[in-house]
Design a protein around this ligand. Structure first.
Ligand code: NAD
Ligand code: FES
Length: 294
């Protein structure tokens, strides 16, 4: 069992938990993920690591309450425990294996969308600790949904904020900020890393392609085993089938078939909606008939 040492609501429906997982914390690197189960009957939920502290033996995860399983995880309180916390899984970010002198000659642009802002943080923090320059763009629907602003300000060279409704920072999408920085202000970047909703990563990659700006994306594909056995997380990258859990989660954004990845992501929507309806019926104390008629 993995005890929740701290729990905090960062924004409506977005929960940060610092979890006691010493073995995961000891070997975690930026870009990796864990697979979490709330209890022994729970679904396995992949979550990109949002921070880790080897000395404290803790790993931080940020979960958005979307479906039944993420709600179960978020319902656990400080002092309670998660049944499973497997990891670190996947490959670390490519820059982790790059010589520090080479990294220091580069300038990074991180693009963080919504809940995807949390896994961007350990990457920028890691680079900042090694004296590498990194600007960050955070995009969110509204000011209330912005997360990790103070944390990011402490490690980024420049922080840019965009909200869809203009309630904080620039009114618009993260891609508007990229265009403004590169085309109007003449900023030069050597690498871009984008983490957020699939549609955002697709459009970031389309925006950076004409600039010839290398762009890495972190794919949140559906996963089952997380060990390369089941094929649930397969994506097409550069015309080749790759498994997000063992070959990723980070891939070349200019080579990912995003349309296929988005179709696959929506594959279990009907089952998920049914599970949500059953949970709501149970919570209301009704005898559940959903799914029994078939
Ligand atoms: P959101 O819908 O609020 O979008 C965040 C920002 O992305 C927007 O403010 C906008 O600036 C940008 N964006 C969205 N659509 C765009 C488009 N078409 N063109 C350009 N920019 C666009 O984000 P959310 O509601 O927090 O997203 C939740 C999703 O993120 C979930 O599907 C979740 O699975 C995913 N997610 C992904 C990762 C990952 O590792 N890739 C991590 C956490 C969450
Ligand atoms: Fe099964 Fe990746 S989750 S192969």
């Amino acid at each position: 069992m993995f005890k929740i040492r701290e729990k905090e609501e960062l924004a409506p429906g977005i929960i940060r938990m610092r979890v006691e997982a010493p073995r995961v914390a000891a070997s975690a690197k930026p870009g990796q993920f864990v697979i979490v189960r709330a209890d022994e009957h729970g679904e396995r939920v992949p979550l990109t690591i949002a921070d880790y502290d080897a000395a404290e033996g803790t790993v931080t995860i940020v979960t958005q309450m979307i479906g039944v399983s993420t709600r179960k995880i978020c319902a656990l309180e400080q002092g309670e425990a998660l049944a499973d916390f497997a990891g670190p899984l996947g490959r670390p970010s490519e820059f982790v294996s790059c010589p520090p002198e080479e990294l220091r000659s580069k300038r990074f642009l991180f693009v963080a969308g919504g809940v995807g802002t949390a896994p961007v943080y350990p990457q920028v923090k890691w680079l900042h600790a090694r004296g590498v320059r990194a600007d960050v763009i955070i995009g969110a629907k509204t000011r209330d949904m912005l997360i990790y602003v103070d944390e990011m300000r402490a490690v980024a060279d420049h922080l840019h904020i965009a909200t869809d409704d203009g309630s904080e920072g620039v009114k618009g999408m993260v891609t508007d900020v990229i265009r403004d920085l590169v085309e109007k202000r003449g900023e030069h970047y050597d690498e871009c890393v984008a983490i957020g909703p699939m549609i955002m990563m697709k459009f970031v990659a389309l925006t950076t392609r004409p600039y010839g700006l290398k762009t890495t994306v972190s794919l949140n594909a559906l996963m089952v085993d997380g060990t390369g056995m089941c094929g649930a997380c397969r994506v097409t990258v550069g015309g080749r089938t790759r498994f997000t859990c063992v070959d990723g989660p980070e891939f070349d954004g200019h080579a990912v078939d995003f349309d296929e990845a988005m179709r696959r992501q929506g594959m279990y929507r009907t089952q998920e909606e049914r599970a949500r309806a059953i949970a709501a019926e149970r919570a209301a104390g009704h005898q559940c008939r959903i799914g029994l008629d078939k």
